[in-house]
Design a protein around this ligand. Structure first.
Ligand SMILES: O=C(O)CCC(=O)C(=O)O
Length: 363
């Protein structure tokens, strides 16, 4: 669960089986298009081995047939749930979220989830930033304010939004004020900060530097609606008679070339409890490997609205996201586009992005 970034699939890493698959699916551009003035074209990649639960569920609904290795999971869930014969503890729920739910969680992921005390990847440089999405919408700029007193008091005021990082103060200003200040101060447009948002953490805060949860950091409880959704979705993977308690969540934000390198999620106490992982926005490829990076991973498509559960043995398996598809032909977000028709800012963001919300019982 490391932060997503363009280099997460590093080119000089050991060529394990997992790494080979990452390289196979990673976004590369055609050589010619780089040098020409034409729009860069993604290199074609062979997707014939990528498991496609959308077509699997279509044929399952028609004739109750499943490809070898895929098993139906019997549970009282209101949608078909599938497992993998060779990967106990892994569950795939295609189309688990309605389009309205997908839109709701995209909105929350961009507006309320990155709000302090939740932390984001921007905290390390700028301190907590409030209302980033609104600032981006209004064309504001985050400016390092040399005149501002340092400390942890709230600046407030019409320019709103404060950042405190390393004793410096960062505030959002309208573009004209920001320009006049820019002669002496560092500044960055909110639109760029939004594009560079890689993660936010909800509930118990994950400390990326220590790769552990830091329960002493200020935090809010996971929102009730997300908690209820996670509990419902977790049910096919839950040990009989036990309850899932969502305590922490990581929201990953992917731009066009972003990837999430192969990793294990092993910082939670009880691995019998699932990680509930929701996909929103552009389609992606997910790799599910084995306990060693040498085990060849299985590739599968993740579409907006799909949910994946990883519990038990699957918690010990390497996994990652080597690719998201932002081109019209492959992104498969037409249903979101028609729902966001009057919400240009969400529409613009999600057209070239994917969001993953993964919810965990931590303690
Ligand atoms: O983006 C995804 O679907 C997977 C996320 C994940 O593996 C993680 O955050 O640990």
């Amino acid at each position: 669960m490391y932060a997503t970034n363009n280099n997460a699939v590093a080119d000089d890493a050991e060529p394990t089986a997992f790494r080979k698959a990452e390289k196979k699916y990673k976004l590369y551009y055609d050589q010619d298009s780089k040098s020409s003035k034409k729009k860069k074209q993604p290199k074609q990649v062979d997707l014939s081995e990528v498991l496609d639960f959308k077509s699997i569920i279509d044929s399952y609904n028609q004739n109750a047939q499943l490809p070898p290795g895929i098993v139906p999971v019997s549970c009282d869930f209101d949608r078909p749930v599938f497992g993998l014969e060779k990967q106990p503890g892994f569950y795939f729920i295609p189309g688990a979220l309605s389009v309205e739910e997908q839109c709701q969680w995209v909105r929350e992921s961009l507006t309320s989830f990155p709000q302090p005390p939740n932390r984001t990847n921007h905290n390390a440089i700028y301190g907590p930033i409030e209302d980033l999405f609104v600032a981006a919408k209004e064309g504001r700029m985050l400016v390092e304010d040399e005149d501002a007193p340092t400390g942890l008091d709230d600046c407030g005021g019409s320019n709103a939004c404060i950042g405190h990082g390393d004793g410096r103060r960062w505030r959002f200003y309208n573009e004209d004020i920001a320009r006049s200040k820019a002669k002496t101060s560092k500044s960055i447009p909110a639109t760029i900060l939004l594009r560079k948002l890689r993660w936010s953490t909800l509930g118990l805060q994950f400390d990326w530097s220590k790769r552990n949860y830091n329960v002493s950091l200020p935090h809010n409880k996971i929102p009730d609606a997300l908690c209820d959704l996670a509990k419902k979705l977790a049910s096919p993977a839950m040990p009989v008679g036990e309850e899932f308690w969502p305590e922490g969540a990581i929201v990953n934000y992917f731009g066009p070339a972003d990837t999430l390198g192969g990793h294990l999620d092993d910082m939670e106490v009880d691995w019998s409890k699932p990680i509930v992982s929701l996909s929103l926005g552009c389609k992606a490829i997910f790799l599910l490997g084995g306990k060693s990076r040498e085990d060849p991973p299985l590739a599968m498509f993740l579409r907006s609205g799909d949910a994946v559960l990883m519990a038990g043995e699957a918690r010990e398996c390497f996994h990652g996201v080597p690719r998201i598809f932002t081109d019209k032909g492959n992104a498969e977000i037409a249903h979101l586009e028609s729902h966001f028709v009057d919400e240009d800012d969400f529409l613009e963001y999600i057209r070239t992005s994917r969001i993953n919300i993964n919810i965990r019982q931590v303690l």
